[in-house]
Design a protein around this ligand. Sequence first.
Ligand SMILES: Cc1ncc(COP(=O)(O)O)c(C=O)c1O
Length: 458
Amino acid sequence: MPTLPPLPTFPATGGGQDVFYAWSDPVPRPLIVRAKGVRLWDGDGREYMDMSSGPVVSNIGHGNERVAEAMARQARELDYISVRQARSQPNLDLTARIATLAGPGFERVCLTSGGSEANECALKFLRWHALATGQPQRHKIITCYPSYHGGTFATLAMSGDDDVAPMIEGMIAPTIKVPAPLSYRPGANHTPTTYARHCAEALEAAILAAGPESVLAFFVEPVGGLATGCNVPPPEYFHAIRSICTRHGVALVFDEVLCGTGRTGKFLAAHHWPDALPDIVVMAKGLGSGYTPLGATLIPARMADRLSQGAGFGFFHTYSANPIACATALAVLDEYERLDVLANARGMGAHLREGLERLLAASSVVGDIRGLGMLMALEVVADKATKAPFPPDRPPLEPLKLAGLRNGLLIYGRRTSGGRNGDWIMVSPPLTMTREECDELLARLAATLREFEANLSL
Ligand SMILES: Cc1ncc(COP(=O)(O)O)c(C=O)c1O
């Protein structure tokens, strides 16, 4: 069994982002020095598979030479201009490319430096639009519980996670919360479909209670990420929320920061439900695929141009539409095409799911596997029959991550609200993964779970 990298010692390491994290964290963070494809290596030559693409970011895998070349070329040609002062060709090309891939209804693309900022951009745009169209009373936002929308104050207030409540208390008002249509624990007397209907009804009830004319938008992750472990609502849910939002003049926003850019096998997750498209889509992560910080807010021309014909939409950060970031994302999207990444997300996603189904059947701790395309999660439970999560004093993710490191897997997992809704790990490797790599990953995961189970019974 390979030895683990040493635990960080403080303050001897003397810096790095991780000095801000809990010093008592028993899971070491290896010092990664090199990465290629689906693999990463630490300074001592230990090799790990990137089971989750980091936090579901590295869609085209690591160390892509073509992207690296495009970045260097752009840095030599034009490193920076401010979008306030001038235009750049990579910005024009990237926004046109995203709009084409997203299709009708998403003609205008506002670029940001990440997912939280792209959600803030959607919030600001909608508020400006409401003001410009004589609806200043529309200011209330509805989101799901549980959910995750980012780490800025506004997006923390949007996120449905009890653990953030003390942090934002008195600083910013939380958004109105409605239940997320969870499929694994839909509640007594419900199937996933009847529970999703109940959740859609709860949205309408919340709009009516708030006063429909005061509600600006409903933000939802169409396929869940870190807050629900890749929850996929039934199609009926999308049709229901679309017609509820339309009925009350509420903007429907899909937060596709994690599930967009091909993760689920289509460029937008929204494309799985073409009859229930949202008004706005927010994306990030896979768009830069780890090579550059980048996010995008996709807005229909009918709404954006209304503002541009008047006072405009004043969204600007110093690094908005940075030419190197745009050229990098263009090269990433070229790789999507060359490697037919969306087809692989569907095909290899099906193969991955089959392997996870086998783990589910064989394991006493795997309660559920769920997801879409190559956005999958595996939930571990204390009791498979009752679906009871691990109690707060027995969090399972640390021992699972340790077992992963020992078996050459870098594991990304999360529990929200103190584990009340469960504990899961993401199984979302790069979309370029081959069948052999997928089988190797599944074997390492099986060994990790066996080790975890064995330790539980000690
Ligand atoms: C659904 C969703 N929205 C927003 C964010 C925030 O994105 P970022 O970390 O790039 O700010 C995330 C990050 O995980 C996310 O999963």
